[in-house]
Design a protein. Structure first.
Length: 75
């Protein structure tokens, strides 16, 4: 299994909406609102690194209210 953390910045006032949307996606293990430079940190787990890439680019990036992400792969 491949794992990653996705650090997410949201548009002002959109954090709760983004959390709700991400919690519905398969492969996302946790979604947490945090303080600091990012608004949300999400842990994801998929079968392969390619599957992680697909989840991030096709599902997470398309969620309304996300302004920027940083994906950190677990090594």
């Amino acid at each position: 299994m491949a794992k990653a953390f996705v650090l997410i910045e949201t548009a002002v006032g959109k954090t709760r909406e983004v959390v709700a949307a991400l919690e519905q996606l398969e492969g996302i293990e946790s979604v947490n609102m945090v303080t600091g430079p990012y608004d949300i940190i999400s842990a994801i787990e998929r079968e392969t690194l390619a599957d992680i890439g697909d989840l991030v680019t096709r599902k997470i990036h398309s969620a309304r209210g996300i302004s920027r992400t940083v994906t950190c792969l677990v090594v």
